[in-house]
Design a protein around this ligand. Structure first.
Ligand code: AMP
Length: 193
């Protein structure tokens, strides 16, 4: 199993790079944001809960996210590994993920952190709002999402640094250059269990 954790603030390019990674390594993409947006568009009970938080740029509560992830992992027993995109977003989620994977005799092989400065993130997200029309790419909500990343999500990096699994990549390069850097790191971990 090759479980990759793709990490970074909103607008750092996780979605774009995830697509390239899953194609190249034949992995399953697991984006919590995409799952929530699908649930919202289908107006499910989970979607209604998630929307309440997403519209404010807040995090959906850990227990909701963790049980949702467990279901996705259990429903994909044939996956050769996952690219986790947008999860874990808190240390509590990271600990829950470790336990979940341990029960399956698996682990996170590598964490890739995409580093992009705040001004560039804001520019990219405002540009995306014009193209995709995502409500949470509104300028006020963007500010809160970045603050939430800095305060609640970035401590997850230390969690994986302690395990010597985290690698920081310059996210202000062309898409292909970023992908090349990502592959250089993942290739070293391709025999991970
Ligand atoms: P994303 O598409 O990853 O930027 O996620 C969009 C929004 O979904 C976030 O701003 C959060 O409100 C919510 N969300 C996505 N993933 C998580 C997560 N792992 N934990 C809590 N909330 C999440």
């Amino acid at each position: 199993m090759l479980n990759v954790l793709l990490f970074g603030p909103p607008g750092s390019g996780k979605g774009t790079q995830s697509k390239k990674i899953i194609q190249h390594y034949d992995l399953q993409h697991l984006s919590t944001g995409d799952i929530f947006r699908k649930e919202i568009s289908e107006q499910t009970p989970l979607g209604r809960v998630a929307q309440h938080y997403i519209d404010k740029g807040e995090l959906v509560p850990d227990d909701v996210v963790i049980s949702m992830i467990e279901e996705v992992i259990n429903n994909n027993p044939k996956a050769k590994g996952f690219v986790f995109d947008g999860f874990p977003r808190t240390v509590q989620q990271a600990k829950a993920l470790e336990q979940m994977l341990q029960r399956k005799k698996q682990s996170i092989c590598i964490m890739i952190v995409l580093k992009v400065e705040k001004e560039e993130l804001i520019k990219r997200l405002l540009n995306r709002s014009k193209i995709e029309g995502r409500k949470d790419d509104d300028s006020h909500i963007i500010q809160n999402r970045i603050k939430v990343y800095e305060e609640q999500t970035s401590p997850v990096i230390d969690f994986y640094i302690k395990e010597a699994k985290a690698f920081i990549i310059n996210g202000i390069q062309t898409e292909d250059e970023v992908f090349k850097d990502i592959c250089l790191h993942i290739d070293k971990f391709s025999k991970c269990k």
